[in-house]
Design a protein around this ligand. Structure first.
Ligand code: GLC
Length: 740
């Protein structure tokens, strides 16, 4: 029977070809007509083959019809180097060394959505050029605990900031006929037990906090793909979760793209069919190496085919999955455009350098920055001044064409002005691979000294320097900023705290540059002259940092997360129930309870009145700004705040005006002390004043009402606060909201 079906299908296809171009190959035809035409030509087997992996990062097309395979690629900060068809090993290609862009936490710290669009366009060009149809990015999980190993891949602790930065990134990527794939959907807020933790969260926190950026990415950004996550929610793995996939994503949000499982996130055939997933990737085996083509043993492969043939699975649902994959192919590799993207071009490096510099946050400056003209001897201390940080950290690890280290960037920037020396200062985890400028090769740093000698040497040299720049922080090793692991402490590792204090005792002119994707405790903050929150900046890391430290770029970054004093102050601290969760008896599953509910990040610290080291939205400049008294006007659905912003210093710079809103108290209803309602970044020359307008949708006043499963605004007095950070709110405007 199957042979007859195949012969008939081929004949139909050939017949159609014979009569002229079939609709699905008419690139000018409406998308849905192409989808329906292609679907109608496919056999059952061809349909099923399209819904699961055929290699590590691809799923099958329809060779007979000239429909290509669908290729995915990591990651959020650059296009991952090619791996073998069937395993994670590097394929050793010579043309896949990419531009490494800054980590998304840095992008969030720019508070400039236009840069997110530029970032998305550039990384999308690199994906297109590498022939990748789905970019597995952006990650938009919220920073719930500073211990989460993957926070460096995400956009911080506030859903509005994350949404405003994710939407243009997605649009930029997709302008290259490459699908952006929002991940990890949803509630993947820790790496420890990521495959086995069942998240318990109120619907209110789910919709107000944890799904907010996903919804913006789908509804506003038009994301063509979404990646359900490893963890469980309501006792169902997210990749097999009908409430997340069918009800919320495809139903409420009218998502018409594909859901691509996280790699290995599917565990059960009947559950994944029931859950509504479209594309199963990375399950269990390394494909061909098993005793048969293990891709056929995937849950959405032969097991699914059997259920379709014996009527246990719906062909209608199968066709919906296939429509979504076809739609994605016709949006990407078979899109009308012939655009082939660009790769490692000067413009991409310029974008990386600009975003890196603009995302750097100046947290403290006693006047030692920017580096003074009379500084002649600079000492850099710390492994992160030389260590390659584009590699490691899990799936976001990159094969970068270049990575300028802080030592290289600063040496070049200060050439002819100051002598730049370096001391390792401490020994971190993992090998230190660095880019040897002389040998122009990547080398492994050797070391004979013990920790005491390393500290002694650094301190000795610090005594004789005009300026000490400590470049440390976390790295991409396990239990630092790394996938599939969480951090074990809020403090810096490898004895860095003591080293910083020793250096500060030896020379008060010390700048601490913390490179991390997460907040770290800063017990030495009062003893150093300047503090810079730096990020994983990728290929141009050293140049971006040098641009800021020398004053070529005036820092304008603002923290996308709170930096707490200690772990005990954080919302997830406690008896383990909130984090890392409680192991079920006789089960590999643990239960993690989001008891802090909507009070994530600064919502927690503000509402509980817990002092912090540095607040959300905080960042200094080398110049000073004045934010004038705002006025507010309202249309039916928008408040518009207008104020004058002035640069009252001597250097050009940029300020981010932030607006927060506080709701009236209602008995029995927990409300955050305030939440971000809007923001705008403005560039100003010295002495310049500009009028800035910020639109805030009236819907920002709402909370998610669980009883009606809808957003509701409580009538009453709302207080809007305007300022330069969540803790510097100079102006307040009261607005009354009355139910119509
Ligand atoms: C990983 C990550 C996901 C990545 C995928 C493919 O486990 O969770 O972010 O895109 O697998 O590498």
């Amino acid at each position: 029977m199957k042979i007859v079906v195949a012969i008939v299908s081929c004949a139909l296809a050939l017949g159609a070809f014979a009569q002229g171009t079939p609709k699905y190959l008419d690139f000018t035809a409406p998308l849905e007509e192409r989808v329906e035409d292609a679907l109608g030509r496919m056999t059952l087997e061809e349909k099923v083959k399209m819904l699961h992996a055929q290699s590590k990062f691809s799923s099958a097309g329809v060779p007979r019809l000239g429909i290509p395979e669908l290729w995915c690629a990591d990651g959020p900060h650059g296009i991952r180097g090619e791996v073998f068809w069937d395993n994670w090993d590097n394929a050793g290609w010579t043309n896949d060394s990419c531009t490494a862009f800054p980590a998304l936490t840095c992008l969030a710290a720019t508070w400039r959505p236009e840069l997110a669009r530029e970032y998305g366009r550039a990384i999308g060009e690199e994906a297109r050029y590498r022939g990748k149809d789905v970019l597995l990015a952006p990650g938009v999980n919220m920073l719930r605990t500073p211990l989460n190993g993957r926070n460096f891949e995400y956009l911080g602790e506030d859903p509005l900031l994350a949404s405003k930065m994710a939407v243009p990134y997605i649009e930029g990527v997709q302008s290259n006929n490459v699908a952006a794939c929002l991940k990890h959907f949803a509630l993947n807020n820790n790496e420890l037990n990521r495959n086995t933790c069942d998240v318990h969260v109120s619907d209110r926190a789910l919709f107000e906090i944890y799904l907010s950026a996903f919804k913006a990415g789908v509804v506003e950004g038009g994301a063509w793909a979404v990646m359900p996550s490893y963890n469980l929610f309501e006792n169902r793995h997210a990749c097999e979760n009908p409430r997340l996939i069918k009800e919320i994503l495809k139903g409420d949000w009218d998502f018409d793209g594909i859901t691509v499982s996280d790699w290995g996130g599917v565990h059960n055939t009947d559950l994944v069919i029931d859950g509504g997933l479209d594309l199963e990737m990375g399950t269990g085996t390394d494909g061909l190496t098993a005793n048969m083509n293990a891709y056929d043993t995937y849950h959405m492969a032969n097991p699914y085919l059997e259920r379709l043939r014996d009527g246990r699975a719906s062909v209608e649902e199968l066709d919906d999955h296939v429509r979504r994959v076809l739609r994605t192919i016709f949006r990407t590799s078979m899109a009308p455009s012939h655009w082939k993207g660009r790769f490692t071009c000067p413009e991409h490096y310029a974008t990386a350098r600009r975003i890196g510099a603009e995302g750097i946050v100046l947290l403290k400056n006693d006047g030692v920055l920017p580096i003074a003209e009379n500084v002649r001897k600079v000492l850099l201390v710390g492994e992160n001044a030389v260590k390659m940080l584009t590699i490691g950290g899990g799936s976001s690890s990159l094969k970068a064409q270049k990575e300028i280290s802080p030592l290289q960037g600063l040496s070049e920037a200060l050439q002819g002005k100051a002598e730049v020396a370096w001391e390792r200062g401490y020994i971190g985890a993992g090998g230190v691979i660095y880019n040897n400028v002389k040998s122009r090769d990547f080398e492994l740093l050797s070391e004979r000294r013990d920790s005491a000698a390393l500290v002694a040497d650094a301190v000795e040299k610090a005594r004789n320097a005009d300026l000490v720049i400590f470049v440390g922080g976390l790295n991409k090793e396990e239990h630092q900023d790394c996938e599939d692991r969480d951090r074990l402490s809020l403090n810096l590792p490898y004895g860095q705290d003591a080293l910083i204090e020793a250096l500060a005792d030896a020379n008060p002119n010390i700048v601490v540059v913390n490179i991390s994707g997460n907040p770290v405790a800063m017990p030495w903050a009062g003893k150093v002259a300047a503090i810079v929150q730096d990020w994983y900046l990728g290929s141009e890391a050293g140049n971006s940092l040098a641009d800021v430290l020398t004053g070529t770029v005036n820092p304008s970054g603002k923290l996308p997360f709170t930096i707490p004093y200690r772990l005990e102050d954080t919302p997830t601290w406690g008896d383990g129930r909130r984090y890392p969760g409680i192991q079920r008896a006789d089960s590999h599953i643990s239960d993690i309870y989001y008891d802090e509910d909507i009070l994530i990040g600064y919502r927690w610290y503000d509402t509980k009145k817990i002092p912090v080291q540095f607040p959300f939205g905080y960042g200094l400049s080398y110049t000073r700004f004045d934010i004038g008294t705002p006025t507010v006007s309202r249309t039916d659905s928008i408040y518009t705040f207008t104020m004058d912003v002035s640069n009252i210093g001597s250097l050009k710079g940029a300020e981010t005006v932030q607006i927060y809103v506080s709701a009236p108290k209602v008995k029995g209803l927990v409300r955050e002390a305030k939440k971000l309602a809007g923001f705008a970044k403005v560039d100003l020359l010295p002495g310049e004043t500009r009028s800035v307008s910020i639109d805030v949708p009236v819907s920002v006043l709402a909370y998610y009402d669980e009883e009606t499963a809808s957003e509701r605004i409580v009538p009453g007095k709302y207080v809007f606060s305007v300022g330069a950070s969540s803790a510097e709110l100079l102006h307040k405007i009261n607005v009354r909201y009355d139910e119509k």
